[in-house]
Design a protein around this ligand. Structure first.
Ligand SMILES: [Zn+2]
Length: 93
């Protein structure tokens, strides 16, 4: 397959595809072992969010993309263009 924009497609999906798909997921569709995080577009600080609190506040049917405008970086205060990240729960945590 021809490569677009110099991205090596053999190493997995480009990050922006993941972001688009992640945004369509609803809070209740996250697996038990998934942890939801947010990354600041300015200072790149990453924080993990409490999905259960988010579900209480915004509803379990809320697509994750809806939450993006509400994200605020606790390190620098930036609210603009922050992104969501998905991680896996550490079994020892
Ligand atoms: Zn920040």
């Amino acid at each position: 397959m021809r490569q677009r924009r110099g991205i090596d497609l053999t190493v997995g999906k480009p990050a922006f595809d993941l972001a688009a798909e992640l945004g369509k997921l609803k809070i209740r569709e996250l697996a038990e072992w998934h942890i939801l995080g947010a990354q600041c577009s300015k200072c790149h600080a990453r924080r993990w969010l409490d999905r259960w609190k988010l579900a209480d506040k915004y509803g379990r049917e809320t697509p994750l993309a809806t939450l993006r405008p509400f994200l605020r970086c606790t390190a620098c205060g930036n609210r603009i263009n922050n992104s969501l990240v998905l991680g896996k729960m550490d079994r020892n945590a």
